[in-house]
Design a protein around this ligand. Structure first.
Ligand code: ING
Length: 284
């Protein structure tokens, strides 16, 4: 945060579950042990210095964290992020919607991905906020692989989407995809950015964490879909980029003009059945 401030940055994007190791990589049964990874609200005593420093430096930030909340009197656990302004106050919160991996313990795997076991599906949707001179949205990790994430944020005017991620190089169930980990990651970001005319700022928790090798490729994607900046290592690294939000206009008002060119009423019924075809009929 201080290094970014020295570089003249207005906003720092930290990663998913930035405050702890990515604990869904391990199977736990003890409720208290699981809860020990969660914050019960931000700023907490442990994180207050971060908020105070942001206010002192007048720099905003995105922070991914495990959130323990009580919703309608029920204990809920979310994979969450907050957007904090340069005054150190929380602008908005997001709770991860697309939870990858599995709920069951797979002891044969070198590590787990138990987000479905430890987290509830986010219940806040994909909001956007007027902040940092534009319209900002957030998502978390696996959300970035789903076009709906960017489209819903795009329909809500997002000019910049912020996302942190913990992405292993290896998927135990699909080792054939390991060689494509960086490619699939950046492909998702670049298509989301271009198809919705927005900046995408994606930040890795990179390198080996507790024995799990995670991809880097922290990337800042322009509305053109081009990679405007990216990390060059798997170590702690600050990637700096001047993001002109007005660069979104040519896409939002031109090629990707939702109002002028998008015709959802002509798409026909959207069903998940294979073989569904043109509106009103099925091909023989
Ligand atoms: N992790 C991974 C993600 O980037 C994953 C899970 C890895 C999915 C590789 C597909 C391929 O989506 C998190 N935390 O979502």
């Amino acid at each position: 945060m201080r290094q970014a401030h020295e570089c003249g940055c207005d906003l720092v994007v930290f990663t998913e579950c930035a405050l702890t190791a990515f604990f869904p990589h391990w199977y736990m049964e003890d409720e208290d042990e699981i809860d020990s990874y969660f914050e019960r609200g931000l700023p907490s005593d442990a994180t207050r210095p971060l908020f105070e420093e942001a206010a002192r430096l007048n720099i905003g930030f995105y922070l991914g964290f495990a959130e323990l909340a009580f919703v309608d009197g029920r204990k809920r656990r979310f994979n969450s992020s907050v957007l904090v302004g340069g005054d150190g106050r929380i602008v908005g919160k997001f709770r991860k919607i697309h939870l990858p991996g599995h709920e069951d313990h797979r002891p044969g795997n070198p590590f787990q991905n138990l987000e479905k076991r430890y987290f509830d599906v986010g219940d806040l949707g994909f909001p956007t906020w007027n902040a940092f001179g534009g319209v900002v949205g957030m998502c978390i990790c696996n959300d970035r692989r789903w076009p709906e994430t960017y489209r819903v944020l795009g329909l809500r005017g997002a000019e910049m989407v912020l996302v942190g991620y913990n992405t292993p190089y290896h998927i135990p169930e699909h080792p054939e995809m390991d060689r494509l980990a960086d490619f699939h990651h950046q492909l998702s970001l670049q298509s989301g950015a271009y198809q919705n005319g927005c900046w995408v700022v994606a930040v890795a928790k990179a390198g080996v964490e507790e024995g799990v090798s995670q991809i880097g490729k922290t990337s800042i994607i322009a509305p053109s879909g081009e990679i405007a900046a990216e990390s060059r290592s798997l170590d702690d690294e600050l990637v700096v980029c001047r993001c002109d939000l007005d660069a979104t206009t040519a896409y939002k008002q031109g090629v990707l003009n939702f109002a002028g060119n998008r015709r959802i009423e002509h798409y026909g019924p959207i069903t998940s059945q294979s073989g569904a075809s043109a509106p009103g009929g099925t091909e023989k």
